[in-house]
Design a binder for this molecule. Sequence first.
Ligand code: PSU
Ligand code: MN
Length: 308
Amino acid sequence: MKKEAVKLSPEVASALAEGRPVVALESSVLAQGLPPPHNLDSWRTCERAVREAGAVPAVTALVAGEIRAGLTSEEVDRLVAPETKTRKVGVRDLAPAMASGRWGATTVSATCAIADAAGIALFATGGIGGVHRGAEKTFDVSQDLATIARSRVAVVTAGAKAILDLPKTLEVLEALGVPVVGYRTQEFPAFYTSSSGESLEQRVDDPGSAAALLRARWDVLGEGGVLFANPIPAEAEADPEVVARAIDEALVLADAQGIKGKAVTPYLLAEVARRSGGESLRANLALLASNARVAAEIAVAYALRRRP
Ligand code: PSU
Ligand code: MN
């Protein structure tokens, strides 16, 4: 994506021009991932967490066909309002949505591409998309993975959503050459819970070490994306059995109803939230805020290290 394709808010533009830390935030989680009023609460909480850690938040979206980084709160209100009919926009949906002047909420893939073009190094999400269970039959692999690989962006994520096949997701990330780095953990987190049983080769324990890794990958090697896997805070973890049961039920239902393509993830997340009695929703909100804070801390450390 070209740099000129992204319209920056005045605050984000001056932060980037001065080399101050900025953290991108996705908007699909607001428009498609979380029900109201939790979506706007979560957006405010994440923006506050980023600011408190000393960085500038930049939520990305398509506003009437224009790619934006940094929205006003009126624009965010409009983005999530049902009348706006905001679409879920992955990286492949950007051009069609621009050409038709639509409002779009950006997924991890579109947000990575936008952050990369704008020169925003850190991006906080809840959980990335990945390889779906049964992908050997459906071929359902999120465009998040390939886009992370080619974007010069560090994504802070609570692992990958537990509705996915986590071992296969890790294999594809390896195939694409993406470093997966545990943040204060040796294990790939399972989104609603901190443990998936999948161990990681790389680990960092503080923002300075994370920034050193980014310097090596980008400033020295000139390579693409990095994943920092930040487990949900222990006190916010969902009951693994409740979540596992809700996921199994949701998967059976999605299959029976023939849900396909980009509708799969929003459908599963909504069903899991409903079937877990809000347990998954509470966890989702907590891990989003935690990822926003960690991304901002790493952004601050990386910005400091860049200055001679
Ligand atoms: N995490 C959440 N809720 C979400 C998503 C992630 O807690 O709604 C979104 C992200 O925007 C992610 C997308 O990029 O789901 C993945 O969708 P798909 O599997 O269709 O690529
Ligand atoms: Mn898919």
